[in-house]
Write a protein that binds this ligand. Structure first.
Ligand SMILES: [Zn+2]
Ligand SMILES: [Zn+2]
Length: 448
């Protein structure tokens, strides 16, 4: 790459806000080197939180209805955090592969500071996203990664952040043709803008945007994409623009009330389970299906395929929607919901602190922090499912926190909160200890 010694450029809050809507024109978002490109996604975290709050308020005013649920919201945000953890350890595979092709095989160099290059890259990244997204729905093994994003039965800004850990290891390949002529610094901007644009469209509070619906991917179009009604299946794959769906015949306008989620819901809030269960399903189907060619088809044909069926399965096998579908929603005492929200906020704080300081930490500390975050998110999932094991995991988690916090292995962004955290986790460890003791004595009483 070029010899730019500069680090990432600073972005003003107004610019950061506009980055969420693909509204930073070429003059404000063109950089000579990849190193200068701001981490727009990481800097959007406060905006994500603010917009989620705004969506709750608007939904309440419009329909007297909250736009999200605590269990589903925490599950979505947990999957969002989990999906970013590999980036803490390694530079993203999209960029590494892209820069490698650019350095070794580029045919010519489009000028990094030309608006033409900027607009061409917008189209290129969005078309690559359309191809990747469509194949992710039509090839079972890629669907196993992508389905995480579709696993929520709600549709709101939380859902936008529900991302797969594995997906980025399949999406990078679709961008490589651009590396033959588009500079990595331009690509790195649009890769982020394309992702960020897809945040605000995950909402029910915006109904229809008039003429914009012709060219842009909008909340209405993307609601269809998240539907499990038969008319919604395999439709509206666009990222920023909807023109690709219109050109290639995968467009469908919003019609009957959309019921969200997978045709066969996973019914879990455990982030690890949501990532891995579909892979386990493919593994089992692979071994249960007779014949070598059939086994290959299990992996490479559509998720609805079976021996003797067309590549994408039979449309009549998609479960019909009755309108009486009830989302997975185990009942949990109110205090546990408060508990989960408070502890989840602590994890968001620790995660943000980790992102900001990762380059200054030892590898051991980074791994410990990542391990603690994964343990916490898993534990919250079990808590929200009201599983008996959750108490045991929580006491372990609280004790680990108390043991390592003093030594600086875990840290809040706000130094003034340190003492409060220690008190909180000590009290919670004691609380779970009492709960477990109670359960042991009551089960002994039953035996007597
Ligand atoms: Zn999708
Ligand atoms: Zn989506």
């Amino acid at each position: 790459m070029g010899g730019g010694a500069a680090g990432p450029r600073a972005t003003a809050p107004g610019q950061q806000l506009r980055a969420l809507f693909y509204a930073l024109p070429p003059g404000e978002s063109s950089f000579r080197t990849v190193e200068e490109v701001p981490d727009y996604v990481e800097k959007s975290i406060p905006f994500f939180i603010a917009f989620i709050g705004l969506e709750f308020a608007v939904s309440w005013v419009q329909k007297r209805k909250l736009s999200g649920r605590i269990n589903d919201g925490i599950s979505s945000l947990s999957l969002g955090i989990l999906s970013r953890l590999p980036d803490v350890l390694f530079r993203s595979v999209d960029l590494i592969s892209y820069i490698y092709i650019w350095n070794s095989y580029r045919l010519f160099e489009l000028p990094w500071d030309s608006p033409w290059t900027w607009y061409l890259t917008l189209l290129g990244v969005d078309f690559a996203y359309y191809c990747f997204h469509r194949i992710s729905h039509e090839v079972n093994i890629l669907w196993a990664a992508h389905q995480v994003h579709h696993s929520s039965e709600d549709y709101n800004l939380f859902t936008a952040l529900r991302q797969s850990v594995l997906q980025k290891y399949t999406s990078w390949i679709f961008n490589l043709p651009m590396a033959l002529f588009i500079p990595p610094s331009v690509f790195a901007v649009h890769l982020q803008f394309n992702l960020l644009y897809q945040f605000w469209i995950h909402t029910e509070v915006i109904t229809n945007l008039g003429p914009l619906e012709w060219i842009l991917n909008t909340p209405s179009h993307h609601r269809v994409h998240h539907g499990r009604n038969p008319y919604c299946i395999d439709k509206n794959y666009g990222g920023t623009l909807i023109i690709w769906d219109r050109i290639f015949g995968t467009f469908e306008a919003e019609d009957a009330k959309v019921v969200y989620g997978l045709t066969h819901p996973v019914n879990s809030f455990d982030p690890i389970m949501l990532q891995l269960r579909p892979l386990a399903h493919i593994w089992n189907t692979f071994w249960a299906t007779p014949g070598f060619c059939n086994k290959l088809s299990v992996i490479f044909k559509g998720p609805g395929w079976g021996p003797g069926k067309p590549r994408l399965g039979l449309p009549e096998e998609i479960p019909v929607i009755t309108g009486k579908e009830v989302p997975f929603n185990p009942s949990v005492p109110a205090y546990l919901n408060c508990y989960a929200v408070v502890h989840f906020a602590v994890i968001v704080d620790l995660f943000t602190e980790l992102l900001g300081t990762v380059t200054m930490l030892s590898q051991g500390t980074v791994l410990l922090r990542i391990g603690f975050i994964i343990l916490s998110l898993t534990s919250f999932g079990l808590l929200m499912e009201n599983r008996p094991k959750a108490g045991i995991l929580e006491i372990i988690r609280c004790l680990v926190f108390v043991a390592v916090y003093k030594h600086g292995y875990l840290r809040s962004q706000f130094s003034s909160l340190g003492y409060a955290y220690e008190v909180l986790f000590s009290l919670c460890a004691a609380f779970w200890g009492i709960q477990i003791m109670k359960r042991i004595t009551s089960s002994k009483d039953k035996h007597h």
